[in-house]
Design a protein around this ligand. Structure first.
Ligand code: NAD
Ligand code: TYD
Length: 343
């Protein structure tokens, strides 16, 4: 099987590349990523010499680059590439619309042109945030109406609808996944968990938005990868699958867990002004993927968090490089004289 992974140098995409290489000896991966601030080839250092993986630097909004990478030899596109951080979307929504909506449409349009409608699958990696915010009870199902509240979630919901239209109108083989918050190795330290770990390690204050009682459902990234792999191979065309971790936690509980695990003082917690439009609660009903495809999360939150914090402790160099921006020199150093492709 030959898979085009977009955004495969980001947090979830790089974990997915590592997962496929570990699980499937026959796999061929073309990793297509623009290497924005969130893309980091250091994440893939362990598989640098694996000939089943090839990296191509390219922008999903660039028709020519997409046409070159996405040809008839590709069996499936797994689409992670996106602007992914809500706070950045509040600062500047434009790039979110460009990358997340237009970029997705460029990929779909290329598949339409190729015309192998039932032989080239498109997996749209979306988010539970497209459903909006919940009150104290209930959970999102696949039929919950869309109600995105941030520019980030609005751009993801828009992309989901473009996927729906390409399936409905042109018969493209599209499957969409909507997952809750991920955590695990290689997550960029702008997101809650790695940010709090990094700050706690440096004994800097931990900025908790609002009252700290917003609730997220947390899923270990390895569980997300097995879910996407399952959907890629067995999901029904045109369907949406929610993916969740059955691990709802208030933000403040997550922050206290990190401080306790690192044996740091709770006095580092600093309540700061809330995020504008901050969604109160997300929760996922993932019974469809369980009943239809037999997928369930395997990693319990406390175990997964303990492992994750220990991973960041053991990879202080990775964290330092990301925080200092030094990782951005890696591509130039590795590829500056070599052109865009590598085996
Ligand atoms: P990330 O920000 O860590 O990585 C995004 C990757 O996309 C980076 O490698 C970046 O270089 C690349 N990229 C950005 N713009 C691009 C462009 N124009 N062309 C090509 N590549 C581009 O994101 P992540 O947290 O790994 O999320 C991956 C996907 O999963 C996103 O689509 C996100 O919406 C979705 N998702 C994330 C979470 C989560 O908790 N992180 C939860 C549910 C869904
Ligand atoms: P985040 O990791 O940005 O994911 P998302 O907004 O996509 O759910 O944030 C998770 C939760 O943590 C969210 O409720 C906002 C909150 N948060 C803080 O309280 N402080 C922070 O510094 C960050 C980045 C997030």
């Amino acid at each position: 099987m030959k898979v085009l992974v977009t955004g495969g140098a980001g947090f979830i995409g790089s974990n997915f590349v590592l997962h496929l290489l570990e699980r499937d000896p026959e796999i061929e991966i073309l990793n297509f990523d623009a290497l924005t601030y969130a893309g980091n080839l250091e994440n893939l250092r362990a598989v640098e010499s694996d000939s089943r993986h090839r990296f191509v630097k390219g922008d999903i909004c660039d028709h020519h680059a997409v046409a070159e990478a996405l040809d008839e030899s590709i069996d499936a596109v797994v689409h992670f590439a996106a602007e992914s951080h809500v706070d950045r979307s509040v600062e500047g929504p434009g790039i979110f619309l460009r990358t997340n909506v237009v970029g997705t449409q460029v990929l779909l349009e290329r598949l339409r042109q190729l015309g192998h409608l039932d032989r080239q699958r498109f997996v749209m990696v979306s988010t539970d945030e497209v459903y909006g915010s919940l009150g104290p009870s209930g959970a999102f199902t696949e039929t919950t109406p869309l109600g995105p509240n941030s520019p980030y979630s609005a751009s993801k919901a828009s992309a989901d609808l473009v996927c729906r239209a390409y399936h409905h109108t042109f018969g493209l083989d599209v499957v969409t996944t909507r997952c809750s918050n991920n955590y695990g190795p290689f997550q960029f330290p702008e997101k809650l968990i790695p940010l709090m770990i990094a700050n706690a390690l440096e004994e800097k204050s931990l900025p908790v938005y609002g009252d700290g009682r917003n609730v997220r459902d947390w899923l270990h990234v390895r569980d997300h990868c097995t879910a996407i792999d399952t959907v890629m191979r067995h999901g029904r065309s045109g369907e949406i699958y929610n993916i969740g971790g059955n691990s709802e936690r208030e933000n403040i509980e997550v922050v206290r867990f990190i401080l306790d695990h690192l044996e740091k003082s709770h006095e580092l917690i600093n309540y700061v002004t809330d995020r504008p439009g901050h969604d109160r609660r997300y929760a996922i009903d993932a019974s469809k993927i369980r009943d239809e495809l037999g997928w369930e999360p395997q990693i319990d939150f406390e175990r997964g968090m303990g492992e994750t914090i220990d991973w960041y402790l053991a990879h202080a160099d990775w964290l330092d490089q990301v925080r200092s921006g030094a990782y951005r020199g890696y591509y130039e150093q590795m590829y500056g004289n070599r052109g865009a492709h590598r085996g």
